[in-house]
Ligand binder design. Structure first.
Ligand code: SF4
Length: 375
């Protein structure tokens, strides 16, 4: 039975220019009706989960919800699910949407990890991303979080922002480290279709930094964060010892999880399913007692193996060779050329991306799939 639960909160103050996540501008009435619907979905799904080891409330901007909604949601969780002794319970928070009282309420409800969307400590870069907050506001939010007694918090950063230089990226990283987060996520900005950022790039209104500069930013982050004691445990994620994100590790291990919320994905018994993206339909269906599932696909043989490779290779530890063999995969045989060329390496019982390979991980995975012959 799945031991991880994801809950999606699809509301934000306003849309960032690069965002293609499911989120709409906050509307109080809608958010309250949505929270009621979430509880109805959780009750319908309570029999499908084991003892929960991780709960991740993401979005959107979950921290935009009023305290009453958090209370309703957590009371519902406590009444209907079992939690393991040391469950990791994360809420995503954005600067500008948290204060002492809300953080205190979350803590009292059992939240023990916060993930804060800082993205950059440079105001021009925050503006280029269309973020709602300034660097100072992010610093204040983190101060409030630390003063509330939370030391298990993560800071999300983005590199490859239009106008960003290697120097400003170094300053952002150093500022982040000064705040002593337990965890840092560092994502490359990818302009997704149907976002204002993509359209600005297409029209020539904005220019992305060149590829070599972006690679050097990633390279720098790996070395700098390692020098400050952060273990690089996944392509984009770094953590102090003992503070890896267990919820996300569950995804990369290709373990099962359930979810609740509009657009939320679940993976149970080999089926990947997704709820409707339509927030109003989501609420309506649940008011009628229906789980608003929009699609469900069984992931069979070849696709399951590709998922196994793709997800496990994201971890710097790599693919467990015994697990691969149990799936009928002789990994060293499949990717001998990539090993000889120095993009992949075998370390103990694992096959992993080398330092040369990790900076171009997507290209290596595509190459690996091309050489994959499955019966
Ligand atoms: S805060 Fe996050 S989810 Fe909300 S619009 Fe910005 S990027 Fe999207």
């Amino acid at each position: 039975m799945p031991e991880s639960l994801y809950i999606h909160i699809p509301f934000c103050v306003r849309k960032c220019l690069y965002c293609d996540f499911l989120s709409v501008p906050y509307n109080d009435l809608l958010a309250r009706a949505y929270t009621d619907a979430l509880c109805k979905e959780l009750i319908l799904k309570k029999g499908f989960a084991g003892e929960l080891k991780t709960v991740y409330i993401g979005g959107g901007t979950p921290s935009i919800l009023p305290e009453e909604c958090f209370r309703e949601l957590f009371n519902c969780l406590k009444d209907n699910f079992k939690f393991s002794n040391s469950s990791e319970i994360t809420v995503e928070a954005n600067p500008g949407t948290v204060d002492k009282s809300k953080i205190g309420a979350m803590l009292s409800l059992g939240v023990n990890r916060l993930s804060i969307g800082v993205q950059s400590f440079n105001d021009a870069e925050l503006k280029a991303l269309g973020r709602i907050h300034t660097s100072d506001e992010a610093l204040k939010a983190i101060e409030t979080i630390k003063n509330s007694g939370i030391n298990n918090f993560s800071v999300d950063l983005i590199y490859g922002i239009p106008g960003q230089t290697l120097d400003s990226w170094k300053k952002t990283l150093s500022k982040a480290v000064e705040l002593s987060p337990a965890h840092i996520s560092s994502y490359e900005l990818t302009p997704e279709k149907d976002t204002p950022l993509y359209r600005l790039i297409q029209s020539g209104g904005i220019k992305m930094p060149d590829e070599d500069l972006v690679l050097s930013m990633y390279d720098y982050a790996i070395d700098y964060l390692a020098s400050k004691g952060y273990e690089h445990y996944e392509i984009s994620n770094f953590a102090l010892h003992g503070f890896r994100c267990l919820h996300n590790l569950n995804y990369w291990e290709r373990e099962e999880y359930i979810s609740a919320g509009a657009g939320a994905h679940s993976f149970v018994k080999g089926f990947r399913s997704k709820n409707t993206d339509d927030i109003r339909r989501y609420i309506k269906d649940l008011n009628k007692g229906i789980i608003p599932e929009a699609e469900s696909t069984e992931i069979k043989c070849e696709d399951a193996i590709k998922e196994f490779i793709f997800l496990n290779l994201r971890k710097t530890e790599g693919i467990n060779l015994a697990k691969a063999e149990a799936l009928g995969l002789n990994m060293p045989g499949v990717c001998m050329e990539l090993i000889e060329d120095g993009y992949l390496e075998i370390k103990g019982d694992y096959l992993r991306l080398s330092r040369k390979g990790i900076v171009i991980a997507n290209a290596i995975i595509v190459k690996l799939f091309e050489g994959l012959v499955l019966d």
